[in-house]
Design a protein around this ligand. Sequence first.
Ligand code: SF4
Length: 493
Amino acid sequence: MANVIILSCSASIYGLSRYAGAYRVATSLREAGYSVQVIDFFETWAIDNLIKALKRYVDKDTYWIGFSSTFFPNRTSYEYVKVDQRPYPQSMESMNRLFKEIKDINSNVKFVYGGAYSHHFRDLRNIDFYLIGYSDTLAVKLTEFIRGKVDKLPFDKVKDSHALSLDWKTIPNDNAHNLPIIWHKEDKIFRKEALPIEISRGCIFNCKFCAFMLKNKRKGDYVKNADLIRDEMIRNYETFGTTNYFFTDDTHNDDPEKLAYLFSVYETLPFKLNFSSYLRLDLLNAHRHTIDILHASGLIGPLFGLETLNHENGKLIGKGMHPQKAIDFLWHLKDRWKTSVNLHGCFILGLPHDTKEYLKYFEEWILSKDNPLDGFNVQPLRIRYDPANRYLSSSDFDIRPRDYGYTPLADGSWVNKHTSFQEVGEAVRRVKELSFSKGKTKITGFSTMSVYNIGVSKNDMLNFSELAILAMYDISNLRSRFVRAYQNAILNS
Ligand code: SF4
């Protein structure tokens, strides 16, 4: 039985991996004395089994069931051509059954919706509370409120609903970056599983398209204490044999001194670390000594937010490194790191200066031999235009799309003078299909860790193409095996 149950989704499409948010909240609640059960991989459960699992943990002492929604919905690449606003990875029909069956056991159970985009879903019929933004502290306060231990919290009433929402900015916790994730035996962590870890929170930049919460921080702010990082890694190594990590930092290399200081911590570990993380290419170029520091630290899966090959856009959005300079530097990295690191680039199509000609040029370049990247992710620009929403964890494009030439449409898509959301969605779909069928890409970015979790060896993913890996490994079967083992552990605990 549990006081709080949190449903969370895998943070990856290829393999399987846990999302840090649910477990960070669970750690805070457990430290406050509450029992918490996370039920993960929400998207993989058959609804009957999920309800069965929930029933194992719901009783009269259950206060709330939460949805950690950052990675809902679990879109596939082919769905990018339409705007997808599903609030849950299961159908509404299944969810309505779930809500009803839980209420039949304990009619006082509250339903809580959190996650990075929860403020865009504040019209869900069965939800009682929304947690907006970082929820470490909010979840503990909310539990006290539900229990009647505190009378009042700075709630906001949700329009046309009985629900209340609670914004992290109203209950700040300036030390939240110094809180570890303490994995619990009930989390059913597998032996040697790659896990997420927070090294720091926030980002010193303020890119126009970026909706992350702690943008524009000062250099050095919100970096976790070295002893805490070391303790967390040693504990995970001793308990689960974990040596591989997803660093959840928004920009891991935002400070060269931080990287040197972290390397001195990693050198004291009793194992060789490997990790994947977001990096800024321009900073790596500006501080070239960090190329070796990151490599020696154990980097194997960097994700570079390159965003565009259109310099006008780059300057506009806050990624001003000239595209040719970026490409040349990526070739330099490829030469330095050879096959010990898989380079991954993230791109957005549909930025304000993206013409039809640019879309064509991009498609040709990304599939050409001039592209040094081992893998890439291309997304259509999303504009979450929501003028009634006062919450600020939105991008500049979300807040004032018309100033950038976009007309937001009622279905969540947009048009501008050059193109439309649908047109760039089609371009994205084409690029993904062609790059895959040409066998050009490798497994890169956070997928290096999530496919490791289902059994793909590091050596193979660094040396073989994605197509070769698919020929060597039965990925779908490996995923099913992982899911089955996890669900059985939850159902039989
Ligand atoms: S896009 Fe990356 S670099 Fe820019 S503000 Fe967001 S996290 Fe920072």
